[in-house]
Structure formats: C-alpha cells, structure tokens
Design a protein around this ligand. Structure first.
Ligand SMILES: [Zn+2]
Length: 115
C-alpha cells in the first residue's frame, strides 16, 4: 500500500462525510416507498395544465438526481467495503496502487489514472 494508516483514516472520513452529504440530499428530494426503495417526491403544485407540466418536469429532474446520488452512494459503500477488506486504493483493472492525490479528489475511485 502506498499510503499510511493516517491517509487511510483521512480518506475513510472523506467517504463518510460524502455519504452523509448524499444521504442528506436524497432526503430532500425523495422518500422511502413501502418496499424500502427511494422514490422521488412528487410535489402537487396545482391542477392546471401548466402546473401539471411543471410537476412532471420537477419529478423527472428529481428522478435523475436521485439516480445519480444513489449511484454515488453505492460507490462510496463499495469503497468502504474495500477499506474493510484491506484492498482499498488498488486499481481494479491493473492492480496498481491508485495515487493518494487521486483518492483525495475522488475517494471512491476504483481505477488508477492510467486505466
Ligand atoms: Zn490501473
């Protein structure tokens, strides 16, 4: 491993902070449905044609944002798993160490800059 225990703690904290931020954002735009999956909030703005169009536009925006956030959340969880397994920071493609600079900028990175 290219980085120290201290670096690893720092990166893990970054991941946990990022996880919290994303969960907070998800709470603003979605709510858990009965099956436990998150679904975007559907805001009733009004019943006019324009208002209905706006509701749908807002809903599809939220859906897109929610999908992105959930994907990021999944990557963060996978990175935390890799920390627990002791394989964090290795490129999943070539097996080389991912540079600390890259991990600081993008702590859930799975591949090195070259790959
Ligand atoms: Zn690589």
């Amino acid at each position: 491993m290219e980085f120290t225990q201290e670096n690893l703690t720092e990166l893990k904290n970054n991941l946990l902070l990022e996880e919290k931020r994303i969960q907070g954002e998800l709470q603003l735009i979605s709510k858990p449905s009965l099956d436990g999956e998150l679904t975007p909030i559907f805001n009733e703005i009004g019943s006019g044609e324009d208002e209905n169009a706006l509701e749908i536009e807002e809903y599809s925006d939220n859906l897109a944002i929610e999908n992105t956030l959930e994907k990021q959340l999944k990557e963060i969880n996978q990175a935390l798993d890799r920390i627990n397994q002791g394989i964090y920071g290795k490129c999943e493609n070539c097996g080389k160490n991912i540079s600390l600079d890259r991990l600081r900028a993008y702590p859930s990175a799975k591949k090195c800059t070259a790959c």
